[in-house]
Design a protein around this ligand. Structure first.
Ligand SMILES: Cc1ncc(COP(=O)(O)O)c(C=O)c1O
Length: 435
């Protein structure tokens, strides 16, 4: 038989690099020994190392020493795990909940939106600034993803957010970040969540909470779960897509869940069945090990208490690094870091304005800050969770990579989890050098 000479895929171009994973590749290719990777959202200890949470290590040991078989799970996943995850998120049991295991956060989102597009609506309103993979997941699930305003620079743009959602189609799906918004670290206040809840009620929206950082924002699961519980109490029947990558450190184990709030136990059973049917065609059944680890931790009061302490440790270390980075930046730039970013913004957005006017505005605000006439605040410390939107622009980010071997996303997002006591000073020096 003659060898085939024509190419089947010669018109196919290599896809553009993923905005997050592509930066990691660039970091790995950098030969510098003092390089700093702040691109990927994975927790690191103060020594810059991954952390296997002690209760997770203990649960893992017990599982391996016990009778660990490798039978298939049902398409809906491990039942005891689903029940415990549901309880963890809601804070109480519910007869009308349909919770199924997902392939961590990403797979859960895909399953959730496959279901909602088929059985509810294809229209999903997404924060204009969001985790970049949301757009990919929604596109591949066949949804019509529409942005709603979330930020103005580095602040929540509450008036525009509300105005956009007021204009949104009635009955549509609205994607919300439960806590520790990725990439900005900017969450609505409790009062704003109450207003958002009333707005969703009025517009008959179906809220879906992306819950990838439960317990990571405040160090307290119950506090972080409050918006979901508020929406439940007000009869909105919200959904949630949970990931245990960050809060259990189970990144590669793909432990997650889709939590659906329904009107009745009968409806919940039908929804669970259909989610399972979709999972059957997508991947048949989920992986068991990570779910078993989470299940074992949540089944044991002592292990669960130790896990909750780990959340305090992780969120506490990140808060500590925020404070250290802020003071290191302020020491180097001799001004409030927030004011500095505003100054940058004034200059960037006002190319039409004379450069001396921009400098004058910046200098006046900075002087006010120095003599105490301006409130001392900084977005570096007011943002929560793993990420910080620094306010650095693309050009500054590219200079940080090329000249200082510091890697963050082009949007200026850095992962605070990668900041440590030993790299915080060189990091501040590098940032100050590109301003
Ligand atoms: C907002 C958000 N949602 C979902 C995910 C996906 O999580 P997982 O890695 O568990 O699929 C991430 C991960 O970074 C995230 O930041």
């Amino acid at each position: 038989m003659a060898a085939m000479t024509t190419s089947r895929f010669d018109t196919l171009q290599a896809p553009p690099k993923d905005p997050i994973l592509g930066v990691k590749e660039e970091f790995l290719a950098d030969a510098a020994t003092d390089k700093i990777n702040l691109s990927v959202g994975a927790y690191r200890t103060d020594e810059g190392q991954p952390w296997v949470l002690p209760p997770v290590a203990e649960a893992r040991k017990r599982l391996i020493e016990g009778k660990l078989e490798h039978e298939y799970l049902p398409s809906t996943g491990l039942k005891s795990y689903c029940d415990r995850v549901d309880l963890l998120l809601r804070g109480k049991t519910s007869e009308t909940s349909a919770t199924v295991q997902g392939l961590s956060g990403t797979g859960g989102l895909r399953l959730c939106f496959e279901f909602l597009r088929r059985h509810h609506s294809p229209t999903v309103y997404v924060p204009a600034v969001t985790w970049s993979n949301h757009w990919n997941v929604l596109r591949d699930a066949g949804c019509d993803a529409r942005p709603y305003t979330y930020l103005d620079g580095i602040k929540l743009d509450w008036p525009k957010l509300v105005a956009d959602l007021e204009q949104a189609e009635e009955g549509a799906i609205i994607l919300l970040h439960l806590c520790a918004h990725n990439p900005s670290g900017v969450d609505p206040s409790s009062e704003q969540w109450r207003e958002l809840c009333a707005l969703c009620q009025r517009k008959r929206f179906l809220p879906v909470f992306d819950s990838a950082y439960l317990g990571f924002a405040s160090g307290d699961v119950d506090k972080d779960a409050a918006p979901f519980r508020l929406f439940c109490e007000n009869g909105l029947q919200p959904w949630a897509c949970i990931s245990f990558s960050k809060n259990f450190g189970l990144y590669s184990e793909r432990a997650g869940a889709v939590v659906a709030s329904c009107a009745s136990a009968r409806e919940a059973s039908a929804v669970r069945g259909h989610l399972g049917k979709l999972a059957r065609a997508l991947y048949s059944n989920p992986p068991a090990f990570g779910a078993r680890v989470v299940d074992a931790v949540l089944a044991d009061a002592a292990l669960e208490a130790r896990w909750r302490e780990c959340l305090v440790v992780m969120s506490g270390r990140i808060a500590d690094m925020r404070a250290k980075l802020r003071s290191a930046l302020e020491a180097r730039t001799a001004r409030d870091w927030f004011v500095h970013c505003v100054g940058i913004k004034v200059r960037a957005s006002a190319r039409a304005i004379d450069a001396t006017v921009c400098h004058a505005i910046d200098a006046t605000v900075s002087a006010r800050w120095r003599d105490g006439r301006c409130p001392r605040r900084s977005h570096i410390t007011s943002q929560v969770g793993m990420f910080s939107y620094t306010g650095l622009n693309k050009q500054q980010v590219l200079r940080l990579r090329a000249e200082h071997h510091v890697y963050m996303l082009e949007s200026g997002r850095l992962s605070m989890a990668g900041v440590t006591s030993s790299n915080v000073e060189p990091l501040a020096a590098a940032i100050a050098a590109v301003l």
